[in-house]
Design a protein around this ligand. Structure first.
Ligand code: AMP
Ligand code: MG
Length: 709
C-alpha cells in the first residue's frame, strides 16, 4: 500500500445546524507527518463538505479521509432501491433525493418514510422525534423485517466486544446515536465529494484504493476512545476522537496494511469499518501522538496550541478554495440601458447585434482601387468622387479607376485595395500608385467581431473597454447584477477619529477609510457602518444593522481569541465561522464566516494585515458575490533585491516595490508600520514551504494593480 501523507478523520452528524462548537456538530481533524492538528468544528454538513472539497482539491500528497458513518446498508436493501448492490450508486440515489441545505435543514425523515414504502415490511427505518407524526416511519424498533439489523462489519465489531461498545443499526434514525440519519446525510455528502474529486478519489473497500490520491473509508470512532481524552483539548469528546483516530491511522499505516480487502464477502455490498483487527496499532499510535506535544509539561492539556505550524492552521490555498466554493453571485439580475449600466456586472454575455466593423472599410487615407495583379507601379484614371467615413460613394468605381478614400470609409463597390496617400502621385486626371499587396489597408467586415458572436462574457464588469465594445456591437440593453453593497465596520474601544488633541491612548481609525476605498475601487458600493466598541451587545447591533443593509461586511479588529476579541466570540456563538486561523503573514487572525447569512470578513485590526487580507481574500470573494469570475492576481518573477530565510507552514506577503528590475522589500516587517503600505507598490509572495532566499534569486511579485488597485 502506498503511504498516506495525511489522514483526515470526520465525525459526521445529522443535526439540523448548530452554531456552537459542541457535541453533535461536525468535527474534523487532520494528522500529517508533523503530528495531529487541532480539531475543527463545522456548524453544518454543508460547510464541512465544502471544506473537505477544498482541502482535497488543492492538497498535495495522498490523503485518507475516514468518516464515522456506515457506507452502506445490510445486503439486499440497496439492490431493492437502485437495482444494484453497489453502495456508490445508492449514494448518488440518496444525493438526488435528500435535500440538505446550507442552513442544515434536511428532510431525512421524509426520505426514510419513502424508502420504507419501497422496501418490504413495516420498516426497516425506524425512530423519529416525538413531535413528528410521519405515516410510514415507525417510532419504535421494528423486528422481523426483510433485512438484518446488522451489517457484516457490525457483527464483527460486536463479536470483538472490547471497549468500543455496541454499534448502532443503520435503520435507527433518531435517539441516541442516530446512525441511520447520519448515514443518509453522509451518503448525499459523500456523493457530492466523489463527484467533486472525480478520478482522484477511490472509496474503500468498493474501489481499488491502493494508488488513489484520496481514499474515502468508514471508521468506528469508538476505536479511538482509549486515546481520546488526552487529545480532547478542552473540547467535547468528539474533538478528541477525531484527533485520536487521525493520529492513530496515520501511525498505524506503518505497522499494518489498512487497506487489505475484508474477508467477509458482504463487505462489497455493505461497506466495512477500516481498522477492524488493527485496533491496538491505532491505539498505540494515537497515544504516542497525545504524548508528543512539543511543549509537553509546560502547557499541559493545551497541546492544540503547541503544534507545528501548518498543521493546525489553514493554508492560504485551502481557505481560498473554501471561500470560492461558498461565494456565489447575489442579487436579482435586472435589464438596463447600456448607458445606465457602467460599472455593472453582466449576467448574460453580450452578443454582437451586428458585426464590427459592419462593412469592409479603409484603414488609412489614400486611394481605393481594384488590384490589377502584379507588383511595382501602375497608373489609374481618377474617379471624380470621394469616399469618407459616414459618406459612402454611391455607384461604385469602374475597374481600372482609383478613387480618393479616407480612413473608416466603406469600400465602394469595385474597390478591394487601398494605397497609402504617401505612395500615390497625382498627375492631372490620373494617379500613379505604388502597388501594395492585394487587399492591403482594408478592414474586412466582422474582422473584429462577427455578427451573432459573443463579444463580452457573462461576469464581465462593464468597465471602460467593455462599454466601448458593447456599444460597438450595438448592445442597447444589458442584463446585469445590482451593485454589491459592502459594509465596512471598525471595532475596538481604542479607536477614534483623528483630532489634534486626541490622547495617546486613542488609535486613529485607519482601517475604515482604507477598506471603504478598496470596496469602491473594486466596483462595489461602499457602505460606512462606522465603529463599534468592544461590547457584545453594541457589536451585535452594528452587525445586525450591517447585515440588513449590505450584501457583505468587512470588519476589522477583535478577530483573535483574546478576551477583548468580541467579534470572534460573537461570530462563534451566534454566527457561523468557516475558517479562521490562516497560515499567512501578515494575516492572523482572520474570520471568514456569516452573520445572519451575510458573508463576513473579520479582518485583523492591524492596518497592514487588514489590507493584505482584504486583497488576498476579500477581493476575489466580493467579486464572486458581485457575479464576477474568481479573480487571481497576476504575478511575475523578478530577481530579489534582498535575502530572506523562512520556515515551512506559512505564506508570507512582503510589502515590496520594483526598482531597477528587482523587487525590494520594506525594511521592517512589523505589521504595525502603516508607512510600509504607502511605500509599497505590490507584494512579494513567499510560498508556504521553507525558503532560503539569496539576493538575485527569483521571487514572485504581485503588483497592487493585479489586485484591482
Ligand atoms: P485587534 O485585532 O483588535 O487586536 O487589533 C490589533 C491592533 O490593530 C491593535 O493595535 C489595534 O489598536 C489596531 N487596530 C484595530 N482596529 C484599527 C483601525 N480601525 N485602525 C487602526 N488600527 C486599528
Ligand atoms: Mg480590538
Amino acid at each position: 500500500m502506498k503511504r498516506f501523507d495525511a489522514v483526515i478523520a470526520v465525525d459526521w452528524s445529522a443535526t439540523s445546524g448548530r452554531t456552537r462548537p459542541g457535541p453533535d456538530t461536525i468535527w474534523i481533524a487532520e494528522a500529517g507527518a508533523g503530528g495531529v492538528g487541532e480539531a475543527r468544528h463545522f456548524p453544518t454538513r454543508h460547510a464541512a463538505t465544502e471544506w473537505l472539497i477544498a482541502r482535497l482539491s488543492c492538497g498535495e500528497g495522498r490523503v485518507l479521509v475516514v468518516f464515522d458513518v456506515s457506507f452502506g446498508w445490510p445486503e439486499g436493501a440497496a439492490r431493492a432501491v437502485t437495482g444494484m448492490d453497489d453502495p456508490l450508486a445508492l449514494w448518488d440515489w440518496v444525493a438526488e433525493r435528500l435535500s440538505d441545505g446550507p442552513d442544515g435543514r434536511n428532510d431525512r425523515y421524509d426520505l426514510a418514510a419513502r424508502l420504507n414504502a419501497m422496501l418490504p415490511g413495516e420498516g426497516p427505518f425506524w425512530g423519529r422525534p416525538p413531535k413528528l407524526d410521519l405515516p410510514g416511519l415507525p417510532a419504535r424498533k421494528v423486528t422481523g423485517g426483510a433485512y438484518p439489523e446488522w451489517r457484516g462489519t457490525e457483527e464483527a465489531l460486536i463479536a470483538a466486544g472490547g471497549p468500543a461498545g455496541r454499534p448502532k443499526s443503520v435503520w435507527q434514525l433518531a435517539y441516541n446515536g442516530a446512525v441511520g440519519s447520519q448515514t443518509l446525510t453522509a451518503m448525499a455528502a459523500l456523493s457530492r465529494l466523489r463527484a467533486a474529486l472525480g478520478g482522484r478519489c477511490a472509496t474503500w473497500p468498493f474501489e481499488v484504493a491502493s494508488e488513489a490520491p484520496v481514499v474515502l473509508a468508514e471508521v468506528y470512532l469508538a476505536h479511538a476512545d482509549p486515546a481520546e481524552a488526552a487529545l480532547r483539548c478542552g473540547g467535547p469528546k468528539d474533538a478528541g476522537q477525531v484527533r485520536a483516530m487521525a493520529a492513530g491511522l496515520m501511525g498505524a499505516q506503518e505497522e499494518c496494511d489498512l487497506l487489505a480487502p475484508p474477508q467477509d464477502p458482504r463487505a462489497l455490498a455493505e461497506g466495512w469499518v477500516l481498522g477492524i483487527g488493527h485496533e491496538s496499532a491505532i491505539e498505540a499510535a494515537a497515544k504516542a501522538a497525545a504524548g508528543s506535544g512539543p511543549e509537553k509539561g509546560t502547557r499541559q492539556g493545551n497541546d492544540c496550541f503547541a503544534l507545528p505550524p501548518g498543521i493546525d492552521w489553514t493554508p492560504v490555498d485551502v481557505a481560498l478554495a473554501a471561500l470560492r466554493a461558498s461565494c456565489g453571485a447575489v442579487g436579482a439580475p435586472e435589464a438596463l440601458e447600456l448607458s445606465e449600466a457602467a460599472g455593472r456586472v453582466l449576467v448574460e454575455p453580450v452578443v454582437a447585434a451586428r458585426a464590427n466593423p459592419p462593412g469592409a472599410n479603409a484603414a488609412v487615407d489614400g486611394w481605393g482601387f481594384r488590384h490589377p495583379g502584379g507588383v511595382g507601379g501602375a497608373s489609374f484614371p481618377v474617379h471624380p468622387g470621394m469616399a469618407a467615413a459616414g459618406r459612402p460613394l454611391p455607384g461604385g468605381v469602374p475597374a481600372g479607376a482609383a478613387v480618393r478614400i479616407m480612413t473608416g470609409a466603406l469600400l465602394p463597390e469595385g474597390v478591394d485595395t487601398v494605397c497609402l496617400q504617401e505612395d500615390a502621385e497625382k498627375a492631372g486626371d490620373a494617379v500613379r500608385l505604388r502597388l501594395p499587396k492585394p487587399g492591403a489597408n482594408v478592414r474586412a467586415a466582422g474582422e473584429d467581431v462577427a455578427s451573432g458572436h459573443e463579444a463580452l462574457a457573462a461576469g464581465r464588469r462593464l468597465d471602460a473597454p467593455a462599454l466601448a465594445l458593447a456599444t460597438a456591437v450595438g448592445a442597447a440593453r444589458v442584463r446585469v447584477r445590482p451593485v454589491l453593497r459592502v459594509g465596512v465596520l471598525s471595532t475596538g474601544d481604542e479607536l477614534a477619529d483623528p483630532a489634534p488633541d486626541a490622547s495617546p491612548d486613542r488609535t486613529f481609525d485607519a482601517n475604515r477609510p482604507m477598506l471603504l476605498s478598496l470596496a469602491g475601487r473594486w466596483g462595489h458600493e461602499a457602505v460606512d457602518l462606522g465603529r463599534a466598541p468592544d461590547d457584545r451587545d453594541a457589536l451585535r447591533a452594528a452587525m445586525d444593522g450591517g447585515a440588513a443593509r449590505c450584501d457583505a461586511i468587512l470588519t476589522s479588529g477583535g478577530a483573535s481569541a483574546g478576551v477583548e476579541d468580541h467579534l470572534s466570540a460573537l461570530m462563534q456563538a451566534e454566527g457561523s465561522v468557516a475558517e479562521w486561523r490562516i497560515a499567512m503573514k501578515p494575516g492572523r487572525p482572520l474570520i471568514l464566516g456569516r452573520w445572519r447569512g451575510v458573508p463576513v470578513f473579520g479582518l485583523p485590526g492591524n492596518p497592514v494585515a487588514a489590507f493584505t487580507c482584504a486583497l488576498v481574500f476579500s477581493r476575489p470573494a466580493l467579486g464572486a458575490l458581485a457575479g464576477e469570475p474568481w479573480g487571481e492576481p497576476a504575478g511575475f518573477e523578478v530577481p530579489a533585491a534582498f535575502a530572506r530565510r523562512k520556515k515551512a507552514g506559512r505564506r508570507e506577503f512582503l510589502r515590496a516595490r520594483l526598482r531597477g528590475g528587482r523587487a525590494e522589500v520594506f525594511a521592517t516587517e512589523g505589521s504595525g508600520r502603516v508607512s510600509g503600505l504607502a511605500w509599497a507598490e505590490g507584494f512579494v509572495e513567499l510560498p508556504d514551504r521553507a525558503l532560503d532566499l539569496r539576493e538575485g534569486d527569483p521571487v514572485r511579485y504581485l503588483p497592487f494593480g493585479s489586485f484591482g488597485l
